[in-house]
Write a protein that binds this ligand. Structure first.
Ligand code: F6R
Length: 244
């Protein structure tokens, strides 16, 4: 895994956006795997700037998102569909029909998961997958577990994740307890992976991912097995790592 250090969140966001912009420029019909959460917000802002001020076009780009809260309607303020529209898609020239976010209202998560993974394959697989990391080491909503789960699936969110994400809701009781998440198969099949980590609350997970054993109790550690992963992290997120 290539580690790129940024001095702070702003620098991380600039570097990450540049990395993604290069992908878009070099392959204008790329399939981008996208993440939500606080970490990529600055990156998306910078991508909007590339599009609006520097002519970077997303016209032919296709996107697949990692996850969606189970039970939230797409127009719910905290749905990940709403997040993506609000933080990126509404401000760039992407065609909405080329953007895909898991269906949080599906009545049959198992069949939905299979169909979502199949749709990713039909698109030609993910060219560049953007990831954040949970403070417990989750990627997408693949939570610490006894084993890695391959397909897109319904997952029960851990107490740790409910607490972390309560900041987006009025109270922890309003955080949906389940989500539909891309599984490890589609993530690990991505041709390239870019993972972002910012802040001291990610330091332990980042250390485990980089220096620990591959262990489903720290889901991001699976990335050690992928041949093309770049981590862009700020000083705080790298603060527990052994200096090179
Ligand atoms: C979001 C996602 C999650 C987040 C992670 C970090 O689509 O898949 O894995 O990337 O929970 O979230 P933030 O960036 O809010 O710290």
């Amino acid at each position: 895994m290539l580690v790129i250090r940024a001095k702070n969140y702003e620098e991380l966001s600039r570097k990450a956006a540049k990395y993604i912009a290069n992908q878009v420029e070099l392959k204008p019909n790329s399939v981008l795997g996208l993440a939500t959460g606080s970490t990529p917000v600055g990156t998306y802002k910078e991508l909007i700037r590339y599009c609006q001020e520097e002519g970077l076009s997303f016209r032919k780009i296709r996107t697949v998102n990692l996850d969606e809260y189970y039970g939230l309607r797409p127009d719910h303020e905290q749905s990940y569909r709403h997040f993506m529209d609000h933080n990126l898609f509404d401000h760039i020239d992407i065609l909405k029909e080329n953007t895909h976010v898991p269906d949080g209202l599906t009545q049959d998560p198992c069949a939905f998961g299979e169909a979502y993974d199949e749709m990713i394959s039909v698109l030609g697989g993910i060219d560049l997958q953007l990831l954040g990391i949970g403070s417990n080491g989750h990627i997408a909503f693949n939570e610490p577990n006894q084993h890695f789960v391959a397909p897109t699936h319904l997952v029960k969110l851990s107490q740790n994740t409910l607490e972390d994400n309560a900041r987006f809701f009025d109270s922890i009781d309003e955080v949906p307890p389940q989500a539909i998440t891309m599984g490890m198969r589609s993530i690990m099949r991505a041709k390239r992976i870019l993972i972002l980590a910012s802040g001291v609350n990610k330091a332990e997970a980042v250390k485990g991912m980089l220096e620990g054993e591959i262990d489903p109790m720290l889901p991001a550690s699976i990335l050690q097995l992928h041949p093309d992963v770049v981590l862009i992290a700020d000083n705080e997120a790298l603060s527990l790592c052994t200096p090179e």
